[in-house]
Design a protein around this ligand. Structure first.
Ligand SMILES: Cc1cc2nc3c(=O)[nH]c(=O)nc-3n(C[C@H](O)[C@H](O)[C@H](O)COP(=O)(O)O)c2cc1C
Length: 263
């Protein structure tokens, strides 16, 4: 067998490393735009799912998503004042804003495990016949192992939950991961997020809740995953509250876009 010198072996290995790293980095850079586009499509697919436009198993094309989004207005909201801004929703990344020190604040201690509060939040107004039919808000907070990112949809009465979904988390499949189970997510539908004083009241209990008409503020826990399930209850309450999107939802009610007048 032919013997190569040590310097030849080192030089050859270095050349292979350089070529491979160039290939990997150019693939990463070249595919970045497509990755961002796919992240955006996935976010929109989740909004459509929580709004009840598509089934959880459905994977619509980009064109179908755009067509369904014709009925949805994306609005960037000032979290503190609750005002709608004219910031463009295009390319708005909620997670980037929340982790940017110039565009977020340290959160006060809270049960939801939220550490930073974004100054701006992207919400989705779903219209039917030119009337606001539901509002989809982003929600996030701690489960057992990970931060859970999702959406909550509120009915035009501003109080009734239409749906909940999570698009990113790292809870244990079969335990905390059951927050993705459509049967558990269906348990939220028709329950009340707020009480008569517009205080966030919905919570996840250990065990089974009654039907929504009789037990409107409780949602079934997840057996073997009480910590994750409770976390979901805490984070939903947090985002409905004063440090989350409470001020914005109150403004929508004052303007008559949501609430009994808006029905
Ligand atoms: C390997 C492993 C993974 C677990 N994953 C989760 C989880 O994702 N979410 C959760 O709430 N509990 C998880 N648990 C269970 C928690 O430690 C805890 O026992 C549980 O939340 C209590 O719920 P229970 O009172 O309904 O049994 C896990 C436990 C083990 C051993």
């Amino acid at each position: 067998m032919r013997q190569y010198s040590t310097s030849y072996t080192i030089g050859f290995s270095a050349a292979v490393c350089v070529v491979c790293s160039l290939l990997v980095s150019s693939a990463a850079v070249g595919l970045r735009a497509r990755q961002l586009q796919n992240i955006e499509l996935d976010r929109k697919r989740n909004v459509l799912m929580v709004a009840g436009f598509i089934e959880p198993t459905e994977i619509p094309s980009a064109e179908q998503i755009d067509a369904l989004f014709e009925r949805i207005e994306q609005v960037v909201v000032d979290r503190v004042t609750g005002e709608e801004t004219d910031i463009s929703p295009d390319g708005f990344d909620q997670q980037v804003v929340a982790s940017d020190l110039d565009m977020s604040q340290r959160a006060p201690a809270n049960a939801a495990g939220v550490r930073r509060l974004p100054d701006y939040v992207l919400v989705y107004k779903v219209y039917e016949d030119d009337r606001l039919d539901q509002v989809v808000i982003p929600i996030e907070g701690m489960g057992l192992w990970s931060t859970l990112y999702g959406f909550l949809s509120l009915d035009s009465d501003g109080r009734t939950i239409r749906g909940i979904t999570f698009y990113e988390h790292a809870e244990t499949p079969g335990l905390g991961g059951e927050i993705d189970n459509p049967r558990w997510r269906d348990r939220w539908e028709g329950r009340l997020a707020y009480d008569d004083q517009w205080e966030p009241r919905i919570e996840v209990i250990k065990g089974r809740a009654g039907p929504p008409q009789e037990d409107p503020f409780h949602v079934d826990g997840l057996s073997g995953a009480t910590i994750t399930a409770r976390g979901v209850g805490h984070l939903v309450q947090f985002w409905l509250g004063e440090n989350g999107l409470g001020p914005y939802l109150a403004q929508l009610r004052e303007r008559g876009e949501l609430g009994e007048d808006g029905e």
